[in-house]
Design a protein around this ligand. Structure first.
Ligand code: SF4
Length: 257
């Protein structure tokens, strides 16, 4: 499903912020809230393939002992692993974050770099993590694309892509830069609540009349089939392969942020 008219990002962001009561996105979002870039970087690596609550608890434990690149680089994997165990894949993550801290120390004097190229040259740092550091650590425009941003951008009809990497490139090319910083936090919030991977609540959605999927439903046209939605297609495939595992996992509603 592709759009034939330009997408009104300003109206979209206005409505999403009003709906979730997240405040004015025009106020420099992270001016007073930008976090320590090193802790954003390490926390984002820890957040891979786990829930936010697990990341938050593990990060608090880790940074209480190793708050910066120097202290983490000097720690051993055995010292790090118990602190981050609940995020899963803790052997790999412990090695990865330690190596990352070591390179920041050796190559960048202990200061997390501020360019995508330098950030993605670090161990365990991909495009999403690098963009998160720019946006949430330095408060400068970046385009972190996770599964929520990828899925919703396709449903809105603003991109037609198969991977988060393609979505990042497409959004960078089409979204005016003044909208970049709020796009990720607001789409993630929307994806955790109404625009879920399966069963989006389009009739309740404040941007349904801006959304290609919402407009199709309102007009009585068939919404995109699961095969048109990369994230749903992937889940459907997993469900066919492991039906018992899927049934055994209850779905919990994430809290509003
Ligand atoms: S209308 Fe439906 S698909 Fe579109 S953004 Fe809203 S919940 Fe998502």
């Amino acid at each position: 499903m592709t759009r034939t008219t330009p997408f009104d990002w300003e109206q979209f962001l206005d409505r999403i912020t009003a709906f979730y009561h997240t405040g004015d996105w025009r106020v420099p979002y992270l001016r007073d809230h930008a976090e320590d870039p090193f802790q954003v970087l390490i926390g984002t690596i820890l957040s891979q393939r786990t829930r936010d609550e697990n990341t938050d608890r593990a990060s608090a434990r880790l940074f209480a002992k190793y708050p910066d690149a120097r202290s983490l680089a000097d720690a051993t994997a055995k010292q790090i692993e118990p602190l981050i165990r609940e995020t899963g894949f803790y052997h790999t993550k412990a090695k990865g974050i330690r190596a990352c801290a070591r390179e920041i120390l050796d190559r960048f004097g202990g200061v997390v770099p501020q360019t995508l190229e330098e950030l993605t040259s670090l161990p365990s740092v991909g495009p999403k993590t690098a963009n998160c550091v720019l946006v949430f650590g330095y408060g400068v425009p970046g385009m972190p694309v996770d599964t929520h941003v990828h899925r919703i951008s396709n449903r809105l009809g603003v991109v037609r892509t198969k991977t988060p990497e393609e979505t990042e490139a497409a959004l960078r090319a089409t979204v005016p830069e003044r909208f970049w910083i709020p796009v990720n936090p607001l789409l993630v919030q929307h994806g955790q609540n109404l625009c879920r991977p399966i069963g989006p609540k389009c009739p309740e959605c404040p941007v349904a009349d801006l959304c290609a999927t919402g407009m199709a439903l309102a007009a009585g046209r068939r919404p995109p089939r699961p095969a048109d939605d990369p994230s749903v297609r992937a889940r459907a495939t997993r469900a066919r392969i492991r039906p018992s595992a899927r049934a055994a996992r209850p779905r919990r509603r994430p809290p509003l942020r």
